[in-house]
Design a protein around this ligand. Structure first.
Ligand code: ZN
Ligand code: ZN
Length: 259
């Protein structure tokens, strides 16, 4: 399996995954131009995607969907809660005609050579999910946009070869930011986003001997710094008796990693 994070921040999210000729995106935030350029830079063809799997309906994960659907009619995999909200936000009801494939949080589905295990995450969206993606050999754990970490999340992220985990904010930077109080509370809340400490705690709980890549994800541009997120992730791996250098720099588009 190969994967690359094309974009990951509060401004836009999209990750490419491929195995045995099947290529998919997890989320399609930013815009179609950015995603197309990032795909071509790693030798992938946006027209050849077998699916776009949406974690949830927020625009930093869906803003490129309309243009991509207009161009390529790529099958869209999402929960009913996500489909409802994305379709409601579409101009002229165009979303109703897109090739949706609905799945339940807590279910699994296959796209070509890839199997997706969808698990529910606590986040303020309609039926949001994280994914564990397998191809029968390698396993990629993917969890961004969650305020707390229930056991179901840890369960799906164990025994992974690569982990993409949210390290959204530094609590002190968030507290000192000039963001409205209500937004600060939303981000810190049980259905908000994981701090560096929470991301590190999750990483320490699930990291195992198969792990080869750790990607700190969804860093806030205003309320975090890459060096803080990376340091927290490295400390977590050290504490778990693993190599801290498995943590990859959050710079995008990332290289194409192989597991
Ligand atoms: Zn997000
Ligand atoms: Zn979100």
């Amino acid at each position: 399996m190969k994967f690359a994070v094309l974009a990951s921040s509060s401004a836009g999210n999209s990750t490419y995954v491929e195995s045995n000729g099947t290529a998919v995106l997890i989320d399609a935030g930013t815009n179609a131009k950015c995603i197309g350029a990032a795909l071509r830079a790693i030798g992938a063809d946006p027209a050849a995607l077998a699916g776009i799997c949406l974690t949830h309906d927020h625009t930093d994960h869906t803003s490129a969907v309309a243009v991509l659907e207009h161009r390529y009619r790529t099958p869209l995999y999402a929960t009913d809660g996500t489909i409802d909200v994305v379709c409601c936000g579409c101009a002229n009801d165009e979303g109703a005609d897109w090739p949706w494939v609905s799945f339940a949080p807590g279910s699994s589905f296959e796209i070509g050579a890839l199997r997706f295990e969808a698990f529910p995450v606590p986040h303020d969206a309609g039926d949001p999910v994280g994914f564990a993606v397998t191809d029968g050999r390698a396993r990629l754990g993917f969890a961004t946009d969650l305020g707390t970490v229930p056991e179901v999340v840890r369960h799906h992220l164990r025994d992974c070869d690569a982990l993409a985990i949210e390290f959204n904010h530094d609590p002190l930077m968030l507290e000192r930011s000039d963001r409205p109080r209500s937004l600060v509370q939303r981000i810190r809340g049980r259905s908000g986003h994981l701090s560096n400490e929470q991301g590190a705690e999750l990483l320490a709980a699930v990291a195992g001997p198969r792990l080869r890549h750790v990607l700190p994800m969804h860093l806030s541009g205003e309320c975090n710094r890459p060096d803080l997120a990376v340091a927290a992730a490295r400390d977590a791996l050290r504490g778990a008796g693993l190599d801290p250098d498995l943590v990859r720099e959050p710079a995008y588009p990332s290289p194409l990693y192989e597991i």
